[in-house]
Write a protein that binds this ligand. Structure first.
Ligand code: XLS
Ligand code: NI
Ligand code: NI
Length: 437
């Protein structure tokens, strides 16, 4: 299959001395780190929407992306060409997984029946290609944010008829994901939020969203879909405030509506940034609650305040992400999805390759360095040592609930003023940097 990127070969691993930009310098799929191959640790996925459907337009200018395979029509031939170009790309890049929205692969038609017929056709093509090339669907999802009917939200719309449209659309998107053997299904509430509280009944909208998710859980059970259900937190954009603001907000929502056993989270770096959290904070919050399921691996830009979906090229960030993933012993059936787009100026087809190589090599390096930091142990030991006073009789009795405020007051007055130690933050940051070689 060399129809769409004829001048670009399959990307080889050439090692860190290579100066060939169309090679991996760090991602060596079969190399073993902490007893597992890089391929299994990283489980890279490519996003159909950015790779095939993003023309790189921005609010000030039209699209620049050169896509010779795409005539812009909704014909089945064009749908098939896009899918074929996508799989040629995955194959040449050695990317094992992919993700898509229903409307990325099959545009909406005039009637629901016609829309579903086109989606079924597209799913048939995806199925053939993924089976031929041994690729796997990491997750599917429904686009509930583009069509004008979703202007006031989908599950959280003021219109019950819109809720019904969204329910039908999600049903079909879950079917498609199930049919393709998807490892997961994502709910990203693009318009599940509000523009202003002046016209919004927030508790009512949250309850609608919970009901929607309950219906999806019920449906999953009935059809026997065993992939994971993920919620993808994001604080804002396109709405002013989204109900799935961040990990903590999602956890509260899932607990409040008794859905915690049914959902994990898909955490995106740029969304963490928009919520004024570090990605590590979001990952650790989710991991502690047992819901860290999958990652949308991208990044923002310090000077830009929106979801710019840059390719993840920040090595230190990748190290922090991979350290959490290693501590968790992997993402299981989750993975690292490049929910990332090229800059508008990187419009040639070959830039798709450069962008994904940059992301994959950054994460491969991040994985190796995170493993080195773990085996060195100085950073982990430093954290453990800071809390060592808790590994004591007193610490145990507090933790196990055998201590009262009066007991502790007595203890405090016996020992006098505690001796405090430095947190050594700068020293530890410097040790971390020593590994970024
Ligand atoms: C948008 C989201 C979106 C989800 C899938 O900001 O990241 O791309 O990942 O709907
Ligand atoms: Ni995303
Ligand atoms: Ni995003």
């Amino acid at each position: 299959m060399t129809d769409f990127f004829p001048d670009i070969p399959s990307i080889p691993f050439e090692g860190s001395d290579s100066t060939n930009p169309l090679s991996f310098r760090h991602y060596d799929a079969e190399a073993v780190v902490e007893g597992r191959t890089m391929r299994d640790h990283l489980r890279f996925a490519c996003a159909f929407w950015h790779t095939m459907r993003n023309d790189l337009s921005d609010p000030f200018g039209s699209g620049t992306a050169v896509m010779p395979w795409d005539d812009g029509s909704s014909s089945i031939e064009n749908i098939e060409r896009r899918i074929n170009a996508f799989f040629e790309f995955l194959d040449k890049m050695s990317i094992d997984h992919y993700c898509f929205h229903d409307r990325d692969v099959a545009p909406e038609a005039d009637t629901i029946d016609e829309t579903n017929r086109i989606l079924d056709q597209a799913v048939g093509i995806l199925e053939r290609r993924q089976d031929e090339l041994g690729k796997q669907l990491l997750w599917g999802t429904a686009c509930l944010f583009d069509h004008p009917r979703y202007v006031h939200g989908a599950a959280t719309s003021t219109s019950v008829d819109v809720f019904a449209h969204a329910a039908g659309q999600v049903r079909r998107a879950i079917d498609a994901t199930h049919h393709l053997g998807g490892a997961g299904y994502v709910f990203w509430g693009g318009r599940e939020g509000y523009s202003s509280l002046i016209n919004t009944d927030m508790p009512r909208e949250r309850a609608q969203l919970a009901r929607f998710l309950e219906m999806a859980v019920d449906y999953r059970r009935r059809i026997g879909f065993e992939g994971r259900f993920y919620i993808e937190p994001k604080p804002k954009e396109p709405t002013t405030h989204q109900y799935d603001f961040d990990v903590a907000t999602c956890l509260n929502f899932l607990r409040e509506f008794d859905l915690l056993d049914e959902f994990m989270l898909n955490i995106e770096t740029n969304h963490a940034t928009l919520a004024a959290h570090s990605m590590e904070h979001e990952l650790r919050s989710a991991a502690a609650a047992g819901v860290l399921g999958s990652i949308d691996a991208n990044m923002g830009h310090p000077h830009l305040g929106w979801d710019t979906d840059h390719f993840p090229t920040d090595l230190a960030l990748a190290v922090r992400v991979m350290k959490v993933v290693l501590e968790l012993d992997g993402l299981g059936q989750g993975g690292l999805n490049f929910d990332a787009k090229r800059r508008r100026g990187s419009f040639e087809p070959v830039d798709l390759f450069h962008a994904h190589i940059a992301g994959m090599d950054t994460f491969a390096r991040g994985l190796k360095i995170a493993a080195a930091i773990r085996s060195d142990r100085r950073l982990d030991d430093a954290i453990q040592s800071r809390y060592r006073s808790w590994d004591s009789k007193l610490g145990d009795s507090i933790q196990s609930g055998q201590c009262t405020l009066e007991d502790l007051e007595r203890h405090a007055s016996q020992i006098g003023e505690p001796i405090m130690e430095s947190g050594r933050e700068e020293m530890l940051a410097s040790i971390f940097n020593d590994f970024l070689r």
